[in-house]
Design a protein around this ligand. Structure first.
Ligand SMILES: NC(=O)c1ccc[n+]([C@@H]2O[C@H](COP(=O)([O-])OP(=O)(O)OC[C@H]3O[C@@H](n4cnc5c(N)ncnc54)[C@H](OP(=O)(O)O)[C@@H]3O)[C@@H](O)[C@H]2O)c1
Length: 295
């Protein structure tokens, strides 16, 4: 079906799944919902959803079955013994790329098609401008249901390998988590001398803007160019200098009596890169060390 009111089943009514079901309902889709633990569908039913009493009943209600659970083991757990013949399962849960590939084979063996997806917004962002998800799997199947799935946000198809959506998603989540954890480390360091998070915030924001700047001095832009060309000029920021500096960062955290896990890991990466002979190259040569895991 390609019309705007295709029936949809939502399995998993956590923070994400509930908002997805609410969004499908608001877009006019007949929506059936099911959650392992009962009692999470009251508001959705009041908004017009049908609550299935079993997962089998939920799957039987719609060809398109959208799943949002903590991981893919939850899908196995929920759909054990359920007839999936002819169903299109669109799973927007987090897991590893290989786990998604395994799940795609599992679905095929049961007569279903699995489309995998990584959704890039928290619950309040679902269906809002700027929301998007990475989708992978059989393109023609995704296209059949694209109009319905677009209720959640932009549909970015990234390829037929079902693991790809999670390669993109985990790359993005890695950036998100390490950036914000790094921000919290810095906030803790300044907090150790009495500076509040709010006082530090404008400095952190300025650095993040400079990193993402689209102009010629934007750090991401410069790094992307150097990495794609495998050319790492180090005249102005040689890696040895940064390796020494990263030890100073780690020492600042130790001296302040704070956790040193992240600064210690960064210093260790720089030291390995320096020892590998990248000292006279630029910061961007770190990509070579990341591509070559320590023995
Ligand atoms: N929250 C976000 O901002 C966000 C953003 C992007 C992506 N995600 C991803 O979206 C997925 C859902 O996140 P969420 O925030 O909605 O999580 P959540 O609120 O913790 O909900 C988890 C859901 O998984 C179900 N579940 C867990 N273990 C299960 C099992 N063994 N069998 C059946 N169902 C099981 C839970 O059912 P019960 O109610 O029965 O426990 C619940 O419906 C996760 O993979 C998360 O990484 C989240």
């Amino acid at each position: 079906m390609t019309n705007n009111h295709e029936a949809v089943t939502v399995i998993g009514l956590g923070a994400m799944g509930s908002k997805m079901a609410e969004t499908f309902l608001a877009a006019g889709h007949p929506t059936t919902v099911w959650n392992r633990t009962p009692g999470r569908a009251t508001q959705l039913v009041a908004a017009g959803a049908t609550e299935a009493s079993t997962a089998a009943e939920a799957v039987a209600a719609s060809t398109l079955v959208v799943i949002s659970q903590v991981d893919y083991a939850a899908m196995d757990n929920s759909l054990q013994g359920v007839d999936l013949t002819g169903r299109v399962l669109v799973n927007l849960s987090s897991d590893s790329p290989d786990r998604l590939r395994q799940a795609a084979r599992w679905a095929t063996e049961r007569g279903a098609t699995l489309i995998t997806a990584g959704i890039m917004v928290p619950p309040p962002g679902i269906g809002q401008p700027g929301a998007y998800s990475f989708f992978s799997g059989q393109r023609e199947v995704l296209e059949t249901h694209r109009a319905t799935l677009e209720a959640l946000g932009r549909v970015d198809y990234v390829g037929s390998d079902p693991g790809l959506s999670m390669v993109y998603y985990q790359a993005m989540l890695n950036l998100f988590c390490t950036t914000l954890i790094s921000y919290m480390y810095s906030t803790a360091l300044l907090g150790s001398v009495g500076i509040s998070a709010e006082q530090y915030r404008p400095y952190a924001a300025q650095m993040m803007l400079e990193l993402a700047d689209e102009g010629p001095m934007g750090y991401l832009k410069i790094l992307a160019k150097e990495i794609d060309a495998a050319n790492y000029p180090g005249a102005e920021n040689n890696l040895h200098m940064m390796a020494v500096g990263s030890e100073h960062i780690a020492q600042a955290f130790t001296q302040a009596g704070l956790d040193g896990t992240l600064p210690g890991a960064v210093a260790a990466l720089f030291a390995r890169s320096d020892a590998d002979g990248h000292g006279l190259e630029g910061f961007s040569s770190m990509i070579e060390t990341i591509r070559k895991p320590a023995a």
